[in-house]
Design a protein around this ligand. Sequence first.
Ligand SMILES: [Zn+2]
Length: 264
Amino acid sequence: MEINTGVKIKMIYALNINPIVKRSYVKHGTSKISFSQQINKDLFVKEKDEISENPQIVEGKKDLIKQSKYLSDKNLTAGSGGNISMRVGDKFLISKAGSLFSDLTEKDISVLDSNGKLLDGEKPSSETPMHLAVYKNRPDVNSVIHFHPVYATVYAVANKTMLPNILPHTTKHFYDLKVAPYENAGSDELAQKTASQLGQSEALLLGNHGALVVGKTPQIAAKTADSLENYAKISYLLENSCFKYKQLNKDNVDYMVNSAKSNK
Ligand SMILES: [Zn+2]
């Protein structure tokens, strides 16, 4: 079997600069097939080590763990529902399938490329396509959180958004909030429609499912998650109480919306 050019280049590279592969050369001798296979395996291990030791990825994992704990402490999560992710350069960190926000560890965070190929860690969340579709559509976004908070999910199941223009900060952050129609969890349809329905917004309700928020950092996305649920709770109480409430007038609304747009 002839060794192709790509493998030859890898062999030259490996022998010159990679001590692991040099050792493997000594161990495996000059057999063309076993040597080239071993080189590919060793390079894969080296690549994985480089990813897991990359300082930005190490810091990113710490940040995701911190924000996951924040979301859990705020009672914004239930069971293993939901997932959290972050963009680090051209790579993506995402919680693994079945992981818990309350208990997330470094080992629960998978590293992927932009096509969803697993570079390090275990099987990622089944909602990975939804996260990647959002990142593709939103270069300004570096963190995505999908979760099932009680009050926002009540609205998502009712397929309606919260009362508009009841508070200045909710108007500023959620003036363009929508409910995306239901799509099967984990499907490509859910991924594509979530990205397009989210548009330039900070949050989206997912019909009969839950919610999704985005931010420049995991901390900002986590705060938006908290604000969204707080908004849903206040709106729900107003809609289901005998209180008469007043909404902001058009000038007040315009002021907050313009302020939101100028910050983008
Ligand atoms: Zn979900």
